[in-house]
Design a protein around this ligand. Sequence first.
Ligand code: ATP
Length: 216
Amino acid sequence: MKWGLFGGTFDPIHTGHLRCAQEILEDLNLDRIIFIPASQPPHKTDWDITPFYHRKKMMKLALEGNPSFSISDTEDRKDEKSYSVETIRHFLDDPTSNSELYFIMGQDAFHNIQTWKDWERLLLLCNFVVMTRPGYKVKDLHGILPQEFSGQFKFESASGRFKSPTGFHIYFREVTLLAISSTDIRERAKKGQSIRYLVPDTVSHYISEQFLYKDS
Ligand code: ATP
């Protein structure tokens, strides 16, 4: 089995996330994609992250009807930050699964990977899929990662992927990147503007009913 792991804050999940995940599922012949909402750390970041319960509920509504998509609670830790390196370890250590793992992220996230906890160890743990804009050409990893690290990866031109010394791959895959962000959706909802078609209707209704993203 080939499993995609798609982590994010998903505050809220939107059509950009969903469409890209669907394309990656088909492109890499994955059996399923597991969406992994991040925890809600007590120390706030730029905005007060919406409680895990609401973000997960919106994800459930958004993923309904797609048997290839599911949600994991693994990062639901109230009192601490979640780190991808630990999340991947969690899946690798699961004795009930011996799936090949593909960690999925946007190009923006990959460009900041050096700020992630244990990023060098992380990139050697499983396969990575970086979703890029059409026309974005990656000739090598050197422009993104330090040479002493990226030099360990071999480019396989036939498949357009980079092989790690641990035998996994980093794929750069073009997807229909819709210029939709959760930040923009939160701002629109706060101003009382429509978010229709940016998120599934069920999610839009949930946001209205629960008064999410309104000043309290
Ligand atoms: P925010 O605006 O709050 O930063 P976001 O819209 O970027 O949120 P996240 O939950 O942070 O959403 O994103 C989770 C993952 O999805 C990240 O890897 C990010 O790069 C990717 N992603 C975000 N928006 C899109 C999009 N429109 N299309 C494809 N991937 C996206």
